[in-house]
Design a protein around this ligand. Sequence first.
Ligand code: ATP
Length: 203
Amino acid sequence: AIYTVGLTGGIGSGKTVVSDHLGSLGVPIIDTDVIARQVVQPGQPALSALVEFFGNEILLEDGSLNRNELRQRAFKSDQTKAKLDAITHPAIRIATLQEIQLVEFSYCVVVVPLLTSTSEFGKIMNRVLVVTADHETKIRRVQSRSGLSHEEIERIMASQLSDTERLAFADDVIENNSTLAAARQATERLHHQYLTLSQQNDT
Ligand code: ATP
């Protein structure tokens, strides 16, 4: 099996900075956000299952998914949200495992923004890397990137796990409170560790 590092962190923590840098070092990066969109493309079984449960109204004219409509219907209750997860999560997990099997490198990184300790994803990972940053730092960075209001960012953060919860299942942590150069340096240190760990894992 290919040595797999799960990469997670809250909004604005610096996941992309870390995964981009690992990618530039040659590490295959698998992004579960990208896979989550692929598994609901027209013709995919997960899309048919969603239509069966939530209705034809979640489709656009061209047969592709109307994400806004699905979101409105799925977030109505805990049950409908659970149904959405029950349909999409296994499909995402299977597609992710398939991508991992194609990796031709000593290890790979799977970016899982919403990784939770209990999620099935945890079982795929040999190791979990959590990127953190101070609350105000994250808000400042997201604001300058997106123009979201302070309030909207706080609301998204409140809906995600806290860093304390993430650190409970972290094997490695990058505290991204300093410069980009420092974040990249911390990333490289871990990269070397992962190369060593993946080789030990091989034997
Ligand atoms: P999201 O979950 O919102 O996609 P993310 O965890 O992928 O966020 P990044 O996109 O890597 O976070 O970082 C958020 C923003 O902060 C980006 O615009 C990035 O360039 C900037 N940033 C990240 N780390 C630093 C740093 N150490 N110094 C300065 N800017 C940074």
